[in-house]
Write a protein that binds this ligand. Sequence first.
Ligand SMILES: O=C(CO)[C@@H](O)[C@H](O)[C@H](O)[C@H](O)COP(=O)(O)O
Ligand SMILES: [Zn+2]
Length: 199
Amino acid sequence: MLEQRIQQNFIDSADLKYQAAQTLSKPIAQAVQAVLACVTSGGKVLACGNGGSAADAQHFSAEFVGRFERERPELAAIALTVDSSILTAIANDYDFERIFAKQVRALGQAGDVLLAITTSGNSANVLAAVEAAHEREMTVVALTGRGGGRMASVLRETDVHICVPHERTARIQEVHILAIHCICDGVDAQLLGDQESPT
Ligand SMILES: O=C(CO)[C@@H](O)[C@H](O)[C@H](O)[C@H](O)COP(=O)(O)O
Ligand SMILES: [Zn+2]
């Protein structure tokens, strides 16, 4: 019974990935171009999200600053989820909704990219970060699900929306991390050529 349940999770995740390959390859390619244009002109990526999506923001930043699969020059990315002093001060003195937005206003510059990750599209602190990014003339790459929620209506034409066509948070997150790896792989391919990676 339990094993059947586990197998069903694998099947559902694989099915969603097959289905999403069709619909998401275009916005993911747009995200690669947006991020590439940003980092090759001296910009940086700021990444944010809650819970599992906070982990995704950190995962992305590690692969940009450290490396993905191949050696290449370091790329600038900062996860806005990691400084406990900043996070607790803002949440304590203002409110939790502003934990990312104030960091975006402090660090963001025109031409930077905000990677905004929310499975529901409705997390208030992520939406506030998008608003702050627009104030700073940054481009937003949004990773969402469930139809995009409120995120769909706050994004601009020049932003990129990668919306996973599913309702369950776990399944959406599994495609988010695949999309993040596609962005890293696409950026490396553009920078280094598209030969196969050694690892
Ligand atoms: O990882 C999971 C569930 O799989 C949770 O930690 C999840 O990320 C949290 O409940 C988040 O607060 C959900 O926020 P969001 O994706 O709707 O923005
Ligand atoms: Zn999770």
